[in-house]
Design a protein. Sequence first.
Length: 127
Amino acid sequence: MKKTILLSVASVVILSGCNQATSTNQEQTSAMPHNPMCNNEAMPGGWHPPGHVSPEVEKAVALVLRQITTSSPLKKITDVRTQVVAGMNYAVEFELENGEVWNAIIYQSLNNEYSITQEPKLGKICS
């Protein structure tokens, strides 16, 4: 009888410890940014924090501007994030003169060819 009670108490203690570890992991996961490219910690193969507006970024945005249906010209490029792949991915955010903010992801191949990999959409990359 004593062995059964001791075994039951030990099981409850062990399971309680597991439950606390699980809830801590869930809290850490929920605190992470929803969009991986919004994480400002640089990691190999990941998205790198906001960078400067290079000529390549300007070409990428020009490609996107040809795809969206607006007569408003570009006001400024507001955010650039990069990812090194077999080429380069550019996540760009830009504002038009009419106040709209758009974002898209553009791939630049090793042959310097550009293609849109995430269609342009209204809104910021990271909110």
